[in-house]
Design a binder for this molecule. Structure first.
Ligand SMILES: O=P(O)(O)OC[C@H]1O[C@@H](O)[C@H](O)[C@@H]1O
Length: 155
């Protein structure tokens, strides 16, 4: 990948201002943004935003996703319940790059309360352009996918 992508974005009330910065960045970089996030300061629940974004990535409607809450943890936990999602909660550029190179992460979660906006921007820029390395990492990724496929449980 590395070119223009469809990116689904979600946030709760604690991620609103970072979301606006992220949407601006993605737009500036030429990506197609689908903003599914909360639009105001009223308290909401992160699964209501993480799951729709993860569904868009899972079904191929979006190439990647970005999820923003206070810590990134809730969004990451919820997104990883959706089939095919490899969501990661990243803290810096190296972290974000490794999650792409080794794990083929398809959603990055962001801690709005713990990271500065400039750091978040650097991290997302790196995450967007870093390629999956393949090789031995493909075998590991496919083991996760195989588990997911064989252990689906009825709702
Ligand atoms: O604003 P409150 O409800 O206190 O906390 C919400 C945050 O708590 C964590 O689960 C998530 O990071 C979410 O953004």
């Amino acid at each position: 990948m590395g070119g223009v992508m469809k990116v689904a974005v979600g946030n709760d009330h604690r991620g609103l201002s970072v979301k606006l910065r992220v949407v601006g960045l993605l737009t500036e970089l030429g990506h197609e943004v689908h903003d599914l996030g909360a639009t105001g300061p009223t308290g909401v629940d992160y699964p209501d935003y993480a799951i729709p974004v993860a569904e868009e990535v899972s079904t191929g409607k979006a190439d990647r996703g970005v999820l923003i809450c206070a810590t990134g943890h809730g969004m990451c936990i919820a997104a990883n319940k959706v089939c095919g999602i490899r969501a990661v909660n990243c803290r810096d550029v190296i972290d974000a790059e490794l999650s792409r190179r080794h794990n083929d992460s398809n959603i990055v979660c962001v801690a709005a309360d713990l990271l500065g906006e400039d750091q978040i921007e650097r991290m997302i820029r790196a995450w967007l352009v870093t390629e999956f390395e393949g090789g031995r990492h493909t075998r590991r990724r496919e083991k996760v996918t195989a588990y997911e496929k064989t252990h689906e449980r009825p709702a």
